[in-house]
Design a protein around this ligand. Structure first.
Ligand code: ASP
Length: 325
């Protein structure tokens, strides 16, 4: 059995504080106790050794293309090692376009390799186990971290330093790795797969803004956004509310481009028709905002950008959010 490993940068590739030379994928794998004994052949490739905050959609889609070819050539699954900062977004991006049953598993580390209790090796071991497992087939993109398995659709980075930083607040983990066994508890539903090929120039030019609504927000920060961006995600209060005076600003923007309403709370769904005051979810929907459902603002932005890069019109965007949100 073969698993293809794509090594990006991030803490998992940092040997010790202050060192700029990054560990290669082979060096990361060589430091994992018990990996060889799994009997899984690893095809390790080094790509984009950068902090995860510097990754681009285009680089990630290229990686998904290479991973897809690896599966066509016989790999049972994929492991991606990367920085943890954007892992919740990259995992969801991969999930949206991953067409195979073979697991696409992302992992990283919160502690550098030379630190006491470095978590990279255990996370890589789990990730390879998940990628090679029958249990994880057909589940799309998964995050293996801290002996847990999270569905890309739900996972969040919820802590800046903890080795238990990855959680799925809406659902809990999709599974666990117990004594080396992959135990899947909750099967995430697979939704329609988006095209994985995009024109890079068009993708780069497809800017999607994310505006987090705050107390006493007058919307001044949004001026000009429709001139530079093709879409906007609004992270509203609670169930999808904004200050009354922001509602007409968002309504005017929704006439020029898709504007998706999400919640800034970190879990739960925006509502559709419970409150009716100016700035409520009902008011905003009547003004043309699209319901982001259970998608958090970061994931909603990933979906919206892919849709707009493929020139989706407003109706197609609304349909996609009804399906994925
Ligand atoms: N800043 C790092 C990154 O995302 C953090 C990490 O890897 O945990 O690349």
């Amino acid at each position: 059995m073969r698993v293809a490993v794509f090594a990006l940068g991030g803490t998992i590739s940092v040997a010790r504080r202050g060192e700029s030379d990054r560990l290669t994928g082979a060096e990361i794998a060589a430091a994992v106790p018990g990996l060889e004994e799994l009997g899984v052949e690893l095809d390790v490739r080094d790509v984009h050794a950068v902090p995860s905050g510097s990754l681009t959609f285009a680089q990630l889609l290229d990686l998904v293309g290479d991973a897809s070819r690896a599966v066509d050539e016989g790999a049972a699954g994929i492991v991606v090692t990367q920085g943890t900062d954007t892992l919740e977004e990259t995992a969801y991006l991969a999930d949206l376009v991953w067409p195979h049953d073979a697991p696409f598993v992302l992992t990283g580390a919160m502690r550098q390799a030379a630190m006491a209790g470095a978590d990279g090796p255990a996370n890589v071991l789990s990730a390879v186990r998940v990628a090679a497992s029958r249990e994880a087939r057909g589940l799309g993109a998964l995050v293996a971290f801290n002996d847990e398995v999270h569905a890309a659709r739900w996972v969040r980075k919820s802590h800046s330093t903890s080795t238990a930083a990855f959680v799925s607040p809406n659902t809990g983990p999709a599974g666990h790795v117990v004594e080396g066994r992959v135990r899947v508890l909750a099967v995430p539903p697979r939704r329609g797969v988006l095209p994985a090929r995009y024109d890079t120039a068009r993708l780069d030019a497809t800017r999607v803004a994310l505006h987090c609504v705050t107390l006493d927000d007058d919307g001044a920060l949004l001026s000009g956004v429709a001139d530079t961006c093709r879409g906007l995600v609004v992270a509203g209060f609670g169930v999808g509310h904004v200050p009354a005076r922001l509602a007409p600003v968002l309504g005017a923007l929704a006439e020029r481009m898709p504007v998706v309403l999400t919640s800034r709370t970190g879990s739960g769904s925006v509502l559709r028709h419970t409150y009716t005051a100016p700035g409520s979810e009902t008011d905003l929907r009547e003004r043309g905002l699209i319901d982001g459902g259970l998608l958090d603002p970061y994931k909603a932005r990933v979906l919206l950008r892919l849709l707009l890069a493929a020139d989706a019109d407003r109706e197609t965007v609304a349909k996609a959010f009804a399906e994925h949100g």
